[in-house]
Design a protein around this ligand. Structure first.
Ligand code: TMO
Length: 323
């Protein structure tokens, strides 16, 4: 029993030592775990970051997950980097978790973003009141997919509560929620091939804008109070009677351990800044031109060397991964 107790004490001491050392104690150069989520540009841009880190001799791995899981994985240190955090669908978790110190905000990309209901240009001829959202009240039957008069809105897995918005704005629509960006792409391509009316979740920058004309629906202008105060906006009983932000930010998020374990890599991630054109090109290389995600990343890197060289130079730091 004495042995057992002593052994236990040693184990406890070791555990406490590792706990207070904050991670690096148990591995000289742990792997940077990069989250790849469920829309194309995010996966490509993750590979762009991963290639740059690998070239600096960091060990990286990719973790393929649904966007929902990112917050738990980053907060618990099971993932280290999410390279595209979008304001329209992710602002709340991002600000809650950074405020609580569970994840770290590694700064903004240059890109300005929007995530919203969208339709191809030919739809407007059949519903001329668009892009004003009120036009959707009369035009709903155009978007009916199973007969009847209620329209179908195709959403992805990322949005704010769309059913709440539909209720608050009195729209005769039902939501069909699709699994990821690839499924949204399929329903869009099918509708366009038949010139059939469709309204679906889309975002910019994205590959869509490089081949299809179209517009976002204009809902009442976003305000934070719209999410929390029923009295705000045209429906005085309900929240969510507004659209998403039109000029949203695009951020990078890292795990709490990241800046401590890999300060130079962190400096590089902070410098990484992609424009709208970069992100839409990254997506189009895969979704329009058929590259793999990794090949798309390498292609982008080959074409944009001055840009990433400047990030490395501005980071001004020699990689701790190479030591
Ligand atoms: C997170 N997303 C860009 C798909 O809206």
């Amino acid at each position: 029993m004495t042995n057992g107790t002593a052994g236990w004490r040693v184990l406890c001491a070791a555990t406490i030592a590792v706990f207070f050392a904050g991670g690096p104690a148990y591995a000289a150069s742990p792997t940077i775990k990069i989250l790849t989520l469920d829309w194309t540009s995010q996966i490509v841009v993750s590979h762009i970051a991963g290639e740059l880190l690998s070239a600096q001799k960091y060990s990286v791995s990719y973790l393929s997950e649904a966007a929902d899981s990112q917050w738990f994985l980053l907060s618990s240190g099971q993932a280290d980097l999410q390279i595209e955090v979008w304001e329209g669908s992710m602002a709340k978790e991002m600000s809650d978790l950074t405020r609580r110190g569970l994840i770290v905000d590694a700064g903004d990309h240059e890109a300005v973003t929007r995530e919203e209901w969208w339709y191809p240009a030919y739809v407007k001829a059949q519903c001329p009141g668009l892009p004003d959202w009120r036009a959707l009240r009369e035009c709903a039957p155009l978007f009916a997919t199973a007969g009847g008069t209620r329209g179908t809105y195709y959403s992805g897995p990322w949005e704010k509560p769309d059913r709440a918005r539909i209720r608050a704005l009195g729209l005769p629509f039902d939501v069909v929620q699709l699994k990821d960006g690839d499924e949204l792409r399929s329903v869009l391509e099918e509708a366009v091939a038949q010139q059939r009316p469709i309204v679906l979740f889309n975002w910019t920058p994205n590959w869509v804008e490089s081949i299809y004309e179209g517009e976002f629906v204009e809902f009442p202008v976003y305000a934070q109070a719209c999410e929390t105060e029923p009295e705000w906006g045209i429906n005085e009983q309900l929240t969510w009677d507004c659209g998403n932000p039109k000029d949203g930010w695009l951020k990078k998020a890292v795990s709490r351990r990241f800046p401590t374990i890999w300060p130079c890599a962190y400096a590089l991630i902070q410098r990484i800044s992609l424009s709208n054109a970069d992100i839409s090109q990254a997506a189009a290389l895969v979704d329009v031109r058929g590259f793999s995600h990794q090949d798309a990343a390498r292609h982008w890197l080959a074409e944009n060397e001055p840009k990433w060289r400047a990030w490395l130079q501005d980071a001004g730091c020699v990689a701790e991964g190479s030591g």
